[in-house]
Ligand binder design. Structure first.
Ligand SMILES: *Cc1c(COP(=O)(O)O)cnc(C)c1O
Length: 364
């Protein structure tokens, strides 16, 4: 008995978990600063946690989700001024990527994605018997994301992914570039705008463009600014023309009840999300000003830094209790990505990294 040929599939490589690293180092998880997965250093909204506890005590965990899914969909539709059927709730934005692959890709269809970039776009395409090509962001050009870059690489793929703000570089597409791409691709091409870090950006969401373009879908998540990564809840906003495809491709009850309730409560806690955004904007500025390494302008809750030998620097940093992301798996073996922590965490991380960078530069 064999699976189908999975040799072109590679596992998703996440940042390492805090318990895992603590166990390896023989340290208490509380002594570690985890800045490797772009999580919210303030945790989730207390209102979200309360909603989860309340749900377990009242409705219980034994019933299939229904009302909470409807309520969250309505709240998101209201937030963005779109119709409820345009909101596809999914287990994380990753779930939305899967549903779009399912809804769009015939076997052999291609997607176009950024390199470096988020690995799940092509993973999902391959799961759905599709193929992947890349448009290459250039370090020499400051990882600039432009319409020309995408359209020059474009060869009629069925889906084109734009990540803005981009992970791991932090760079963005302008509104004009997004519209140029949406207008410049063939009619059969869906342009997917991944706004997993949209809250941290100063730019308006591309959700505003969905009603004027039949080929645009926008991804959002509660994992980052809303601090609910552990619950797996995100969504796509899609054009009304094909909104009904959701019911045809969705896994039954994929967005779970606790996640929907927590997200609903989190949406209702603007104070928490605003504080989270403010901390991230402060931290990325602090890192850019104070890290003794080349960094890039970031619109996300992380900063990319050129440290020469990422593997060595990330390992030494971890040994001193600061976990950061070695970007070798993104094809950037000289770079690390440091998530924005609290003020204290960020300052400690910068101090630790600067010490390591000084050591590394004296001993080749
Ligand atoms: C974190 C992230 C996502 C989605 O994460 P979920 O937890 O699945 O919502 C999507 N795209 C990018 C670029 C990300 O960094």
């Amino acid at each position: 008995m064999q699976t189908r040929d999975l040799s072109s599939h590679s596992p998703y490589v996440p940042g390492r978990g805090i318990e895992e690293v603590a166990r390896d180092l023989g340290m208490d998880p509380d002594e570690l600063i985890k800045l490797s997965s772009n999580e919210n250093p303030h945790g989730s909204s207390p209102k979200a946690a309360a909603a989860v506890i309340d749900a377990t005590e009242t409705t219980g965990l034994h019933v299939y989700p229904k009302a909470s899914h409807t309520d969250l969909t309505a709240a998101i539709a209201d937030q963005w001024d779109v119709a409820a059927e345009q909101v596809w709730l999914t287990p994380g934005a990753d779930g939305a990527i899967d549903l779009l692959s399912r809804a769009f890709l015939e076997p052999g269809d291609g997607i176009l994605e950024p390199d470096p970039g988020f690995s799940y776009y092509s993973m999902s395409a391959r799961y759905h018997h599709g193929t992947a090509r890349t448009y290459d962001l250039s370090k020499a050009a400051e990882f600039a994301q432009t319409a020309e870059l995408v359209l020059e690489a474009y060869e009629g793929e069925r889906m084109v992914y734009l990540t803005t703000p981009h992970n791991p570089t932090g760079s963005e597409f302008s509104r004009e570039a997004i519209e140029t791409i949406a207008d410049g691709v063939d009619e059969h091409t869906l342009v997917v705008i991944d706004e997993a870090y949209g809250e941290y950006s100063q730019r308006p969401s591309s959700i505003e463009l969905v009603d004027d373009h039949e080929n645009l879908a926008v991804l959002r998540t509660f994992s980052k600014a809303y601090g609910l990564a552990g619950l797996r809840i995100g969504y796509a906003v899609v054009p009304s023309e094909w909104a009904d495809a959701y019911a045809r491709v969705n896994t039954p009850f994929a967005a779970n009840d606790l996640a929907c309730r927590a997200a609903l409560a989190a949406l209702d806690d603007q104070t928490h999300v605003e504080r989270s955004i403010e901390t991230a904007r402060w931290a990325r500025g602090y890192m850019r000003e104070n890290l003794d390494a080349k960094t890039w302008d970031s619109a996300g809750n992380f900063v990319l830094a050129d440290v020469g030998d990422a593997e060595t620097v990330a390992a030494r940093s971890q040994a001193r209790g600061v976990i950061i992301r070695d970007c070798t798996s993104f094809g950037l073996p000289e770079c690390v990505r440091i998530s924005c922590g609290t003020e204290a965490e960020t300052k400690t991380a910068v101090e630790t990294l600067n010490t390591i960078l000084a050591e590394v530069s004296v001993q080749p």
